[in-house]
Design a protein around this ligand. Structure first.
Ligand code: ADP
Ligand code: ASP
Ligand code: MG
Length: 411
Protein backbone atom coordinates (compact mmCIF):
# COMPACT_ATOMS: atom_id res chain seq x y z
CA UNK A 1 0.00 0.00 0.00
CA UNK A 2 1.51 3.35 -1.03
CA UNK A 3 1.27 6.60 0.86
CA UNK A 4 0.67 9.53 -1.46
CA UNK A 5 0.62 13.23 -0.61
CA UNK A 6 -1.43 15.26 -3.11
CA UNK A 7 -1.39 19.05 -3.06
CA UNK A 8 -3.96 21.13 -4.95
CA UNK A 9 -3.28 24.85 -5.58
CA UNK A 10 -5.59 27.85 -5.54
CA UNK A 11 -7.01 27.57 -9.06
CA UNK A 12 -7.67 23.85 -8.54
CA UNK A 13 -9.88 24.63 -5.50
CA UNK A 14 -11.12 28.00 -6.85
CA UNK A 15 -14.82 27.22 -6.29
CA UNK A 16 -17.08 24.47 -4.97
CA UNK A 17 -17.33 22.80 -8.41
CA UNK A 18 -13.55 22.54 -8.55
CA UNK A 19 -13.37 21.25 -4.99
CA UNK A 20 -15.77 18.50 -6.09
CA UNK A 21 -13.42 17.74 -9.00
CA UNK A 22 -10.52 17.45 -6.52
CA UNK A 23 -12.63 15.15 -4.34
CA UNK A 24 -13.19 12.80 -7.29
CA UNK A 25 -9.45 12.65 -8.01
CA UNK A 26 -8.59 12.05 -4.35
CA UNK A 27 -11.28 9.35 -4.10
CA UNK A 28 -9.90 7.64 -7.20
CA UNK A 29 -6.38 7.49 -5.71
CA UNK A 30 -7.76 6.21 -2.39
CA UNK A 31 -9.91 3.57 -4.11
CA UNK A 32 -6.82 2.26 -5.92
CA UNK A 33 -5.61 1.12 -2.50
CA UNK A 34 -3.41 4.05 -1.46
CA UNK A 35 -3.28 5.97 1.78
CA UNK A 36 -3.85 9.62 0.89
CA UNK A 37 -2.95 12.90 2.55
CA UNK A 38 -4.32 15.95 0.74
CA UNK A 39 -2.85 19.44 1.19
CA UNK A 40 -4.88 22.40 -0.02
CA UNK A 41 -4.32 26.07 -0.77
CA UNK A 42 -6.93 28.76 -0.29
CA UNK A 43 -9.24 29.50 -3.24
CA UNK A 44 -7.34 31.54 -5.85
CA UNK A 45 -7.37 35.25 -5.04
CA UNK A 46 -8.41 34.66 -1.44
CA UNK A 47 -4.99 35.12 0.19
CA UNK A 48 -4.47 38.35 -1.81
CA UNK A 49 -7.84 39.58 -0.57
CA UNK A 50 -6.87 38.84 3.04
CA UNK A 51 -3.45 40.49 2.65
CA UNK A 52 -5.18 43.62 1.29
CA UNK A 53 -7.37 43.79 4.42
CA UNK A 54 -4.30 43.74 6.67
CA UNK A 55 -2.72 46.53 4.59
CA UNK A 56 -5.83 48.65 5.08
CA UNK A 57 -5.44 48.24 8.83
CA UNK A 58 -1.70 48.70 9.26
CA UNK A 59 1.26 50.33 7.46
CA UNK A 60 3.61 47.37 8.04
CA UNK A 61 1.19 44.55 8.88
CA UNK A 62 3.52 41.54 8.87
CA UNK A 63 3.22 40.20 12.41
CA UNK A 64 1.47 37.54 14.51
CA UNK A 65 -1.93 39.02 13.62
CA UNK A 66 -1.12 39.19 9.91
CA UNK A 67 -0.61 35.42 9.91
CA UNK A 68 -3.79 34.92 11.96
CA UNK A 69 -5.70 36.66 9.15
CA UNK A 70 -4.01 35.39 5.98
CA UNK A 71 -3.99 31.74 7.06
CA UNK A 72 -7.78 31.54 7.13
CA UNK A 73 -8.36 30.88 3.42
CA UNK A 74 -7.02 27.33 3.76
CA UNK A 75 -9.36 26.57 6.67
CA UNK A 76 -12.31 27.04 4.34
CA UNK A 77 -11.08 24.80 1.52
CA UNK A 78 -10.01 21.87 3.75
CA UNK A 79 -13.34 21.90 5.56
CA UNK A 80 -15.24 21.96 2.26
CA UNK A 81 -13.21 19.12 0.72
CA UNK A 82 -13.65 16.95 3.82
CA UNK A 83 -17.42 17.62 3.65
CA UNK A 84 -17.59 16.62 -0.03
CA UNK A 85 -15.55 13.44 0.54
CA UNK A 86 -17.82 12.43 3.42
CA UNK A 87 -20.85 13.11 1.26
CA UNK A 88 -19.34 10.70 -1.28
CA UNK A 89 -19.11 8.00 1.40
CA UNK A 90 -15.43 8.29 2.38
CA UNK A 91 -13.99 8.93 5.81
CA UNK A 92 -12.21 12.27 5.76
CA UNK A 93 -10.92 14.69 8.37
CA UNK A 94 -9.53 18.22 8.08
CA UNK A 95 -6.40 19.33 9.94
CA UNK A 96 -5.15 22.86 10.57
CA UNK A 97 -1.40 23.34 11.00
CA UNK A 98 -1.54 23.16 14.80
CA UNK A 99 -3.72 20.04 14.71
CA UNK A 100 -1.05 18.05 12.80
CA UNK A 101 1.10 19.69 14.35
CA UNK A 102 3.42 21.44 11.90
CA UNK A 103 5.84 23.29 14.14
CA UNK A 104 7.66 26.36 12.81
CA UNK A 105 9.85 29.17 14.03
CA UNK A 106 8.22 32.54 14.74
CA UNK A 107 9.18 34.43 11.57
CA UNK A 108 5.63 35.58 10.82
CA UNK A 109 4.91 35.84 7.11
CA UNK A 110 7.76 33.51 6.14
CA UNK A 111 8.13 30.95 8.93
CA UNK A 112 10.34 27.89 8.53
CA UNK A 113 9.14 24.41 9.37
CA UNK A 114 11.18 22.99 12.26
CA UNK A 115 9.35 19.75 12.96
CA UNK A 116 6.30 17.74 11.96
CA UNK A 117 4.93 15.13 14.34
CA UNK A 118 3.35 12.51 12.06
CA UNK A 119 1.60 10.48 14.81
CA UNK A 120 -1.88 12.06 14.54
CA UNK A 121 -2.04 11.77 10.77
CA UNK A 122 -0.66 8.21 10.76
CA UNK A 123 -3.27 7.07 13.27
CA UNK A 124 -6.06 8.47 11.05
CA UNK A 125 -4.56 6.99 7.88
CA UNK A 126 -4.36 3.59 9.61
CA UNK A 127 -8.11 3.86 10.30
CA UNK A 128 -8.80 4.40 6.60
CA UNK A 129 -9.32 8.15 6.86
CA UNK A 130 -8.32 10.58 4.11
CA UNK A 131 -6.43 13.39 5.87
CA UNK A 132 -7.01 16.88 4.46
CA UNK A 133 -4.36 19.32 5.71
CA UNK A 134 -4.31 23.12 5.44
CA UNK A 135 -1.31 24.23 3.42
CA UNK A 136 0.73 27.38 4.11
CA UNK A 137 0.35 27.37 7.91
CA UNK A 138 2.01 26.09 11.04
CA UNK A 139 2.24 26.85 14.74
CA UNK A 140 5.19 28.25 16.69
CA UNK A 141 6.45 27.32 20.16
CA UNK A 142 4.05 29.88 21.73
CA UNK A 143 1.04 28.38 19.98
CA UNK A 144 0.73 31.31 17.55
CA UNK A 145 -0.39 30.60 13.98
CA UNK A 146 2.38 31.17 11.43
CA UNK A 147 2.48 31.20 7.62
CA UNK A 148 5.22 29.86 5.39
CA UNK A 149 5.52 32.62 2.77
CA UNK A 150 3.45 33.04 -0.40
CA UNK A 151 3.05 29.80 -2.29
CA UNK A 152 3.84 27.94 0.93
CA UNK A 153 1.34 25.10 0.48
CA UNK A 154 3.90 23.41 -1.76
CA UNK A 155 6.28 23.36 1.19
CA UNK A 156 3.62 21.97 3.52
CA UNK A 157 3.06 19.13 1.06
CA UNK A 158 6.70 18.21 0.50
CA UNK A 159 7.56 18.52 4.21
CA UNK A 160 4.61 16.27 5.08
CA UNK A 161 5.70 13.78 2.42
CA UNK A 162 9.18 13.73 4.00
CA UNK A 163 7.83 13.36 7.55
CA UNK A 164 5.38 10.60 6.58
CA UNK A 165 7.97 8.91 4.33
CA UNK A 166 5.46 9.08 1.50
CA UNK A 167 6.20 7.33 -1.78
CA UNK A 168 5.57 10.46 -3.81
CA UNK A 169 4.41 14.05 -3.44
CA UNK A 170 2.08 15.10 -6.26
CA UNK A 171 1.64 18.83 -6.86
CA UNK A 172 -1.56 19.45 -8.82
CA UNK A 173 -1.80 22.85 -10.45
CA UNK A 174 -3.23 24.78 -13.41
CA UNK A 175 -0.45 23.81 -15.87
CA UNK A 176 0.68 20.32 -16.89
CA UNK A 177 4.12 20.42 -15.28
CA UNK A 178 7.34 22.40 -15.16
CA UNK A 179 8.06 24.09 -18.48
CA UNK A 180 11.13 25.68 -20.06
CA UNK A 181 9.46 28.97 -19.17
CA UNK A 182 6.05 30.15 -17.94
CA UNK A 183 3.64 28.59 -20.48
CA UNK A 184 1.18 31.40 -19.74
CA UNK A 185 3.46 34.02 -21.32
CA UNK A 186 5.28 31.93 -23.93
CA UNK A 187 3.13 29.61 -26.02
CA UNK A 188 6.24 27.83 -27.32
CA UNK A 189 7.27 26.73 -23.79
CA UNK A 190 8.05 23.01 -23.62
CA UNK A 191 7.05 20.69 -20.78
CA UNK A 192 10.06 19.03 -19.13
CA UNK A 193 9.82 15.31 -18.45
CA UNK A 194 12.28 15.55 -15.59
CA UNK A 195 14.14 18.36 -13.88
CA UNK A 196 16.89 18.08 -11.25
CA UNK A 197 16.42 19.37 -7.72
CA UNK A 198 19.26 21.86 -8.27
CA UNK A 199 17.85 23.34 -11.45
CA UNK A 200 14.34 23.44 -10.00
CA UNK A 201 15.73 25.21 -6.96
CA UNK A 202 17.30 27.90 -9.15
CA UNK A 203 14.18 28.20 -11.32
CA UNK A 204 11.92 28.49 -8.28
CA UNK A 205 14.11 31.00 -6.49
CA UNK A 206 14.28 33.08 -9.69
CA UNK A 207 10.52 33.30 -10.07
CA UNK A 208 9.12 30.08 -11.62
CA UNK A 209 6.35 30.06 -9.03
CA UNK A 210 5.05 26.62 -10.01
CA UNK A 211 6.91 25.37 -6.88
CA UNK A 212 7.83 27.41 -3.81
CA UNK A 213 11.62 27.46 -3.36
CA UNK A 214 11.52 25.98 0.13
CA UNK A 215 9.51 23.01 -1.08
CA UNK A 216 12.33 22.14 -3.47
CA UNK A 217 14.90 22.53 -0.68
CA UNK A 218 12.92 20.01 1.38
CA UNK A 219 12.54 17.64 -1.56
CA UNK A 220 16.26 17.69 -2.24
CA UNK A 221 17.25 17.31 1.40
CA UNK A 222 14.99 14.33 2.03
CA UNK A 223 15.02 12.88 -1.49
CA UNK A 224 11.25 13.23 -1.94
CA UNK A 225 10.19 12.56 -5.56
CA UNK A 226 7.91 15.42 -6.59
CA UNK A 227 5.53 15.07 -9.52
CA UNK A 228 4.07 18.33 -10.86
CA UNK A 229 0.91 17.84 -12.93
CA UNK A 230 -2.45 19.26 -13.89
CA UNK A 231 -5.54 18.93 -11.71
CA UNK A 232 -7.71 19.25 -14.82
CA UNK A 233 -6.49 16.31 -16.94
CA UNK A 234 -4.46 13.09 -16.69
CA UNK A 235 -1.42 14.16 -18.75
CA UNK A 236 1.93 12.98 -17.35
CA UNK A 237 3.61 15.79 -15.52
CA UNK A 238 7.21 16.67 -14.64
CA UNK A 239 9.25 14.64 -12.17
CA UNK A 240 11.57 16.68 -9.96
CA UNK A 241 14.37 14.33 -8.94
CA UNK A 242 18.13 13.83 -8.62
CA UNK A 243 20.33 15.00 -11.48
CA UNK A 244 21.48 12.39 -14.00
CA UNK A 245 24.04 12.54 -16.84
CA UNK A 246 21.41 13.21 -19.50
CA UNK A 247 20.31 16.41 -17.78
CA UNK A 248 23.85 17.83 -17.57
CA UNK A 249 24.08 18.03 -21.36
CA UNK A 250 21.60 20.90 -21.54
CA UNK A 251 23.33 24.29 -21.33
CA UNK A 252 20.23 26.37 -20.64
CA UNK A 253 17.14 24.52 -19.48
CA UNK A 254 14.83 27.37 -18.54
CA UNK A 255 14.04 31.07 -18.57
CA UNK A 256 12.39 32.65 -15.54
CA UNK A 257 11.16 36.07 -14.50
CA UNK A 258 10.27 37.67 -11.21
CA UNK A 259 8.14 40.80 -10.98
CA UNK A 260 7.94 40.69 -7.20
CA UNK A 261 11.12 42.67 -6.53
CA UNK A 262 11.87 46.39 -6.30
CA UNK A 263 15.16 48.25 -6.64
CA UNK A 264 16.67 50.68 -4.15
CA UNK A 265 19.67 52.88 -5.03
CA UNK A 266 21.68 54.79 -2.46
CA UNK A 267 23.54 57.54 -4.31
CA UNK A 268 26.94 59.04 -3.58
CA UNK A 269 27.68 57.14 -0.41
CA UNK A 270 31.06 57.89 1.22
CA UNK A 271 33.30 54.98 0.17
CA UNK A 272 34.80 53.77 3.44
CA UNK A 273 34.91 50.47 5.34
CA UNK A 274 31.75 49.57 7.24
CA UNK A 275 29.27 51.55 5.14
CA UNK A 276 27.60 48.49 3.59
CA UNK A 277 27.31 46.90 7.02
CA UNK A 278 25.65 50.05 8.37
CA UNK A 279 23.17 50.15 5.49
CA UNK A 280 22.15 46.51 5.57
CA UNK A 281 22.09 45.89 9.34
CA UNK A 282 18.71 47.58 9.97
CA UNK A 283 17.22 45.59 7.09
CA UNK A 284 18.48 42.30 8.52
CA UNK A 285 17.17 43.25 11.97
CA UNK A 286 13.74 43.92 10.44
CA UNK A 287 13.84 40.50 8.74
CA UNK A 288 14.02 42.05 5.25
CA UNK A 289 15.88 39.93 2.69
CA UNK A 290 18.14 41.64 0.23
CA UNK A 291 18.63 39.90 -3.10
CA UNK A 292 20.93 41.37 -5.78
CA UNK A 293 23.54 43.93 -4.71
CA UNK A 294 25.64 46.03 -7.08
CA UNK A 295 28.20 48.64 -6.06
CA UNK A 296 29.76 50.77 -8.78
CA UNK A 297 33.41 51.82 -9.04
CA UNK A 298 34.15 54.62 -6.67
CA UNK A 299 35.13 58.09 -7.88
CA UNK A 300 36.23 60.86 -5.54
CA UNK A 301 35.66 58.58 -2.54
CA UNK A 302 31.98 58.23 -3.24
CA UNK A 303 30.03 55.31 -4.63
CA UNK A 304 26.49 54.23 -5.60
CA UNK A 305 24.97 51.11 -4.09
CA UNK A 306 21.95 49.41 -5.63
CA UNK A 307 20.07 46.37 -4.36
CA UNK A 308 16.70 44.64 -4.61
CA UNK A 309 14.13 43.58 -2.01
CA UNK A 310 10.67 42.04 -2.40
CA UNK A 311 7.85 44.41 -3.33
CA UNK A 312 6.04 43.54 -0.09
CA UNK A 313 9.01 44.77 1.92
CA UNK A 314 9.86 47.72 -0.36
CA UNK A 315 8.12 50.48 1.62
CA UNK A 316 9.56 49.31 4.91
CA UNK A 317 13.05 48.93 3.39
CA UNK A 318 12.90 52.46 1.89
CA UNK A 319 12.04 53.92 5.28
CA UNK A 320 14.95 52.14 6.99
CA UNK A 321 17.46 52.93 4.22
CA UNK A 322 16.50 56.61 4.20
CA UNK A 323 17.13 56.77 7.95
CA UNK A 324 20.62 55.26 7.58
CA UNK A 325 21.39 57.32 4.45
CA UNK A 326 20.85 60.48 6.50
CA UNK A 327 23.30 59.28 9.13
CA UNK A 328 26.05 58.27 6.68
CA UNK A 329 25.59 61.40 4.57
CA UNK A 330 24.60 59.71 1.34
CA UNK A 331 23.27 62.15 -1.24
CA UNK A 332 19.97 60.48 -2.08
CA UNK A 333 17.90 57.28 -1.98
CA UNK A 334 15.86 56.32 -5.04
CA UNK A 335 13.32 53.51 -5.13
CA UNK A 336 12.00 51.82 -8.27
CA UNK A 337 9.30 49.13 -8.01
CA UNK A 338 8.86 48.93 -11.80
CA UNK A 339 11.52 46.33 -12.44
CA UNK A 340 11.68 42.62 -13.25
CA UNK A 341 14.45 40.09 -12.93
CA UNK A 342 14.82 37.87 -15.99
CA UNK A 343 17.10 34.84 -15.66
CA UNK A 344 18.41 31.90 -17.63
CA UNK A 345 19.08 28.66 -15.74
CA UNK A 346 20.96 25.51 -16.69
CA UNK A 347 23.24 22.93 -15.05
CA UNK A 348 25.27 22.79 -18.29
CA UNK A 349 26.43 26.41 -17.88
CA UNK A 350 29.11 25.10 -15.53
CA UNK A 351 30.98 23.67 -18.49
CA UNK A 352 30.03 26.03 -21.34
CA UNK A 353 31.52 29.46 -21.98
CA UNK A 354 29.88 32.38 -23.77
CA UNK A 355 26.37 31.98 -22.36
CA UNK A 356 26.39 35.38 -20.66
CA UNK A 357 27.54 37.31 -23.72
CA UNK A 358 24.89 35.59 -25.81
CA UNK A 359 22.25 36.61 -23.29
CA UNK A 360 23.43 40.24 -23.34
CA UNK A 361 23.55 40.27 -27.17
CA UNK A 362 19.96 39.11 -27.38
CA UNK A 363 18.81 41.80 -24.96
CA UNK A 364 20.79 44.48 -26.81
CA UNK A 365 19.29 43.46 -30.16
CA UNK A 366 15.82 44.10 -28.72
CA UNK A 367 16.88 47.43 -27.20
CA UNK A 368 16.37 46.17 -23.64
CA UNK A 369 18.56 48.04 -21.17
CA UNK A 370 20.13 45.87 -18.46
CA UNK A 371 20.11 47.63 -15.08
CA UNK A 372 21.78 44.99 -12.90
CA UNK A 373 23.46 41.62 -13.48
CA UNK A 374 24.19 38.70 -11.20
CA UNK A 375 25.53 35.25 -11.94
CA UNK A 376 26.10 31.92 -10.24
CA UNK A 377 27.45 28.61 -11.54
CA UNK A 378 24.15 27.68 -13.14
CA UNK A 379 22.25 30.94 -13.69
CA UNK A 380 22.52 34.48 -15.05
CA UNK A 381 20.02 37.15 -13.97
CA UNK A 382 19.40 40.62 -15.38
CA UNK A 383 17.20 43.34 -13.91
CA UNK A 384 15.24 45.19 -16.60
CA UNK A 385 12.33 47.62 -16.80
CA UNK A 386 9.19 45.64 -16.00
CA UNK A 387 7.60 46.57 -19.35
CA UNK A 388 10.20 44.40 -21.15
CA UNK A 389 9.60 41.25 -19.09
CA UNK A 390 7.53 39.23 -21.54
CA UNK A 391 9.61 40.33 -24.52
CA UNK A 392 12.89 39.41 -22.77
CA UNK A 393 11.54 35.99 -21.74
CA UNK A 394 10.34 35.18 -25.26
CA UNK A 395 13.50 36.26 -27.09
CA UNK A 396 15.80 34.46 -24.63
CA UNK A 397 13.66 31.33 -24.80
CA UNK A 398 13.98 31.40 -28.58
CA UNK A 399 17.67 32.33 -28.66
CA UNK A 400 18.62 29.37 -26.47
CA UNK A 401 16.54 26.95 -28.55
CA UNK A 402 14.19 25.94 -25.77
CA UNK A 403 10.88 25.89 -27.64
CA UNK A 404 8.73 22.99 -28.81
CA UNK A 405 9.49 23.95 -32.40
CA UNK A 406 13.28 24.02 -31.81
CA UNK A 407 13.29 20.54 -30.31
CA UNK A 408 11.09 19.19 -33.10
CA UNK A 409 13.59 20.56 -35.65
CA UNK A 410 16.54 18.84 -33.90
CA UNK A 411 14.86 15.42 -34.15
P1 ADP B 1 -1.01 26.94 -7.60
O1 ADP B 1 -2.09 27.90 -7.25
O2 ADP B 1 -1.50 25.65 -8.16
O3 ADP B 1 -0.01 26.76 -6.50
P2 ADP B 1 0.78 28.79 -8.93
O4 ADP B 1 0.11 29.94 -9.59
O5 ADP B 1 1.44 29.02 -7.62
O6 ADP B 1 -0.27 27.60 -8.85
O7 ADP B 1 1.86 28.15 -9.92
C1 ADP B 1 1.49 27.75 -11.21
C2 ADP B 1 1.84 28.85 -12.21
O8 ADP B 1 3.26 28.98 -12.29
C3 ADP B 1 1.43 28.59 -13.63
O9 ADP B 1 0.10 28.97 -13.88
C4 ADP B 1 2.44 29.40 -14.44
O10 ADP B 1 1.89 30.63 -14.87
C5 ADP B 1 3.54 29.71 -13.45
N1 ADP B 1 4.87 29.34 -13.94
C6 ADP B 1 5.95 30.18 -13.96
N2 ADP B 1 7.01 29.58 -14.48
C7 ADP B 1 6.64 28.32 -14.80
C8 ADP B 1 7.32 27.19 -15.38
N3 ADP B 1 8.61 27.26 -15.72
N4 ADP B 1 6.62 26.04 -15.55
C9 ADP B 1 5.32 25.97 -15.22
N5 ADP B 1 4.62 27.00 -14.67
C10 ADP B 1 5.26 28.16 -14.45
N1 ASP C 1 -2.70 30.52 -0.22
C1 ASP C 1 -1.30 30.81 -0.09
C2 ASP C 1 -0.85 31.85 -1.10
O1 ASP C 1 -1.65 32.31 -1.90
C3 ASP C 1 -0.44 29.57 -0.16
C4 ASP C 1 -0.44 28.84 -1.48
O2 ASP C 1 -1.30 29.08 -2.33
O3 ASP C 1 0.44 28.00 -1.67
O4 ASP C 1 0.29 32.25 -1.10
MG1 MG D 1 1.59 27.95 -5.85
Amino acid sequence: MSLIVQKYGGTSVGNVERIKNVARRVARTFSQGNRVVVVLSAMSGETNRLVAFTQECSEFPISREYDAVISTGEQVTIGLLALVLKEMGYQAKSFLGHQVPIITDSSFGSARIEDIKPGNLMAELDRGVIAVVAGFQGVDADGSITTLGRGGSDTTAVALAAALKADVCEIYTDVEGVYTTDPNICSDARKLERVSYDEMLEMASLGAKVLQTRSVEFARKYGVPVMVRSSFNDATGTLVCKEDKEMEKVVVSGVTYNKDEAKISVLRVPDRPGIAALLFRPLTEAGINVDMIVQNISHDSQTDLTFTVTKTEFKHAMKLVKETAGKIEAEDVIGDPNIAKVSIVGAGMRSHAGVASRMFDVMAREGINIQMISTSEIKISCVVDVKYTELAVRVLHEAFGLGKTDVAEEK
